[in-house]
Ligand binder design. Sequence first.
Ligand SMILES: Nc1ncnc2c1ncn2[C@@H]1O[C@H](COP(=O)(O)OP(=O)(O)OP(=O)(O)O)[C@@H](O)[C@H]1O
Ligand SMILES: [Mg+2]
Length: 385
Amino acid sequence: MIVLEHVNKVYENGFHALKDINLEFKKGEITVLIGPSGCGKSTTMKLINALNTPSSGRVLIDGKDISRLNPVELRRNIGYVIQSVGLFPHMNIAKNAGVVPRLKKWDKDKIEQKVNQLLDMVGLDHTTYGTRYPSELSGGQQQRVGVVRALAADPDIILMDEPFSALDPISREQLQDELIRLQQELNKTIIFVTHDMDEAIKIADTIVLMKDGEVIQTGRPDTILRHPANDFVRDFIGSKRLQNESTYEIPLVDEVMITNPVTAFPSRGLAEAIKMMESKRVDSLLIVDRNRQLQGAVSIYRVLDQYGEEGKTVADVMHPVRYSVASGSTLAQAIEIMDSHQLSNLPVVDSNNRFLGLITRGSVVKHLAEVYPTIVPPEQNGEGE
Ligand SMILES: Nc1ncnc2c1ncn2[C@@H]1O[C@H](COP(=O)(O)OP(=O)(O)OP(=O)(O)O)[C@@H](O)[C@H]1O
Ligand SMILES: [Mg+2]
């Protein structure tokens, strides 16, 4: 986690670029900094890789004040992608992509393997593109190489300062999709600067809205859209988005799920499992470990079937849970999954795959009954489990 604590930045010319900034950038999340030109986005970003130092306040990475770290070393462990890619024209693509690992003195084979893998991953076949030079690539392709270069040394943190803004809309969309897909695999802490609210809404886990060196609002995209803090945010979001209320009235799984479903630790014995199901009047249990990772599920039938063998735990008899839905997904997405796989319930998990709650048919009906009281009569309003 990256923390900015009461950070001020006053440039040499006396300009007060950042005013008491307090921010947290969570591990494994994409945080998007957005705001008008000159509001301090790049200044904020450069504090994190020590290209800028705060005039007062602290920047902490995993609890360590970075002013105590060697800045060169720090930068080698943070990926940095900027708008004007900045590839070295005299180096081929593979060489460009391997710059940081070479500085870190990785061995040659390891660098080659990593670079090739990443080039392939962003859709640049390494046998075709590895030996080309930057001038032989399109803008979008060069930008992909920029992303590969930032990822090559496998840093935990990646800073991206308007990386896609020079691209045509189609390449831009593609790279956004690519980034989302990559992030699902790599789970990096990404800080992404943009001017474009659509881009922010699409890729952000958290949006930070800035103006004149101050943070105006921080939150999940959906929260900011639903509850803009003031007129500035409202204007920035654009009246078009807010007017289109129907789009944002689609409930999210988080509002619909039951948050206290019956769960058990993997180490529970079968007799205990039966007791739990009896007393809670359910016919299955979700098995969740101490880190709230969903391990599987057991049905009462399966438990009864195996009950004779003493010493067995629910972990021995559970089956894997194949489908889940991410927090922030719409109810429509959840229903589609349940429908196409004939599921009676669907777990909701966060970005770290931690179990948050359960969408059940009952919870869907209950939600609809609250939103549309005239459609579902109140007597059918129960959980139905
Ligand atoms: N080295 C510097 N010396 C003095 N002022 C600076 C310096 N660098 C930036 N500034 C000023 O600080 C403010 C914030 O700059 P910053 O680059 O962080 O803005 P930004 O939000 O990234 O803008 P943009 O969207 O245009 O990239 C601007 O008013 C800028 O002119
Ligand atoms: Mg900038």
